[in-house]
Ligand binder design. Structure first.
Ligand code: KIV
Ligand code: ZN
Length: 512
């Protein structure tokens, strides 16, 4: 059996299914480039048949990324599979990942199909896909809650039809490590042609065991592919976290005995990029990428680390991309220094116009803030006005007035399809007044389900990063905005959420 563990990242597909985490095509491309820099083996770029936007995102990523295999999810029907194949045409190495539910509950209640019908459809779809692309992954959705005999029958048949990877999802996060590991082991032992496919694990985190279950699938079950997402992003409680699973296998190579091709020094940048793009803040005590992951507050620990680092640290912060030299640029820094810093941070801007836009934003920020940190630069390039020429709503300027005992007033200038609009309103506070000023013109009717502010680099001098989550007609989106003035950051975040609501109007649910 191979001693290489394949890392399959599904941040852009399963991660994006998380309520509010929807991303634009340009955001997805930027994250895909970071995943390529991380040397992820397979990038699941989206679900091409779910919408035109997803199709374009998969196609753009397939055309741009050359070092990783690019994969599209697809339901087990000819139309979805053909659409996925079409989107993947430009890929150096493309994979179709087709799935159908196999648990009694899903077959009866969701699909309203008999087991025999599911069996035939699974076989037929792999046969169809195999004629279009050589690399086919098959997933029995809710596989872990499926009947073992039936699952063996289905998986044997799809391997015979040409599936090259068999992925066993714990779709609802119900598994426990030992049982899940043995489940994969039994499947591999009982299916006569199991050695013709690579076995893969895909675990959700509903009971907080996604990483442990995935590792058990590898260690006990012999799986050689792990499906995971940056920061564990994903539906409900999320997916198995890439940074945790990778660092577990690297740090405990003595136990797992496996190689992973990931360049871990890009992990922290990837985590920040995904967090800033989606507005999902990383908890401070999150393993590997949380702000406290390498911080020692207790005197005894600090003393120990100063004397010998490995007294309390099992990984080196710099190996996963935490830098100690954090002040990077200031007011006097020139365009070349800025460009170099972008390159060091792994940020690729597509055109000279984008670099110029970003540099202008950087100069603006440096006039207001003496020290510019890496986090500021990453927030700045995530700002839609750097990359997006065609967004519907754009921030221009604003003013607001608040005084103790008086009702705050705000007036906001913003563009709608390039045309300047002026909105005015009062509100409970300056943020409330500003967002109401925008809504007074736009009249989106969206409901705000979350508002949060985070200091990007930890002090009151830092930029505020605001996340606004809006819900409208069953769609949920997050908008993110940053600025040293948190009221301005809030207005930018609100406009960004409105842009996302517009761009996600026509999606099909992935698990339908
Ligand atoms: O969790 C799941 O079952 C999935 C499949 C579509 C692979 O994401
Ligand atoms: Zn999933």
């Amino acid at each position: 059996m191979s001693d290489k563990l394949i890392i399959f990242d599904t941040t852009l597909r399963d991660g994006e299914q998380s309520p509010g985490a929807s991303m634009t095509r340009d955001e997805k491309l930027r994250i895909a480039r970071q995943l390529e820099r991380l040397r992820v083996d397979v990038i699941e770029a989206g679900f091409a048949a779910s919408s035109n936007g997803d199709f374009e995102a998969v196609q753009t990523i397939a055309n741009a990324i050359k070092d990783s295999t690019i994969c599209s999810l697809s339901r087990a029907n000819d139309r979805d599979i053909a659409r996925a194949a079409e989107a993947l045409k430009g890929a150096n190495s493309g994979r179709i990942h087709t799935f159908i539910a196999t648990s009694p509950l899903h077959m009866e209640k969701k699909l309203r199909m008999t087991p025999d019908q599911v069996f035939e459809q699974a076989k037929q779809s792999v046969r169809f896909a195999r004629n279009l692309v050589g690399d086919i992954e098959f997933s029995p959705e809710d596989g872990y809650r499926s009947d073992m005999d039936f699952l063996c029958r289905v998986l044997e048949a799809v391997i015979a039809e040409g599936a090259t990877t068999i992925n066993v999802p714990d779709t609802v996060g119900y598994a426990v490590p030992e049982l899940y590991g043995n489940f994969i082991k039994t499947l591999r032992e009982r299916i006569p042609n199991s050695d013709k496919a690579i076995w893969s694990v895909h675990c959700h985190n509903d009971l907080g065991m996604a990483v442990a279950n995935s590792l058990a699938g590898v260690k006990i079950g012999g799986a050689r592919q792990v499906e995971c997402t940056i920061n564990g992003l994903g539906e409900r409680a999320g997916n198995c976290s890439l940074e945790e699973v990778v660092m577990a296998v690297k740090t405990r190579r003595d136990y797992f005995g496996l190689d992973v091709g990931i360049d871990a020094s890009h992990i922290v940048a990837a985590s920040r990029m995904v967090s800033q793009t989606t507005g999902f803040v990383v908890q401070p005590n999150k393993a590997v990428v949380g702000a406290n992951a390498f911080a020692h507050a207790s005197g005894i620990h600090q003393d120990g680390v100063l004397k010998a680092r490995d007294t309390y640290e099992i990984m080196r912060a710099e190996d996963v991309g935490w830098t100690t030299n954090k002040i990077v640029l200031g007011k006097l820094s020139g365009r070349n220094a800025f460009k170099q810093r972008l390159q060091d941070l792994g940020v690729v801007l597509e055109s000279e116009t984008e670099i110029n836009n970003a540099f202008a934003k950087f100069k603006e920020l440096a006039d207001r803030k003496s020290e510019i940190f890496d986090e500021d630069i990453l927030a700045l390039v995530s700002d839609e006005s750097v990359t997006a020429e065609k967004e519907q709503f754009g921030f221009v300027s604003m003013s607001q007035h608040s005084e103790t005992g008086e009702r705050p007033q705000a007036s906001v200038v913003f563009t709608v399809a390039g045309k300047e609009m002026h909105g005015q309103s009062d509100g409970n506070g300056p943020v409330d007044a500003s967002l109401k000023a925008i809504e007074a013109i736009v009249k989106s009717g969206a409901e705000m389900v979350l508002y949060s502010v985070n200091a990007i680099s930890g002090s009151t001098e830092s930029q505020g990063e605001v996340t606004v989550r809006l819900q409208n007609s069953g769609r949920v989106v997050n908008g993110v905005g940053s600025d040293p003035d948190i009221v301005v950051a809030s207005a930018k975040a609100y406009l960004s959420a409105l842009n996302k609501l517009q761009s996600k109007a026509d999606r099909v649910a992935a698990q339908g």
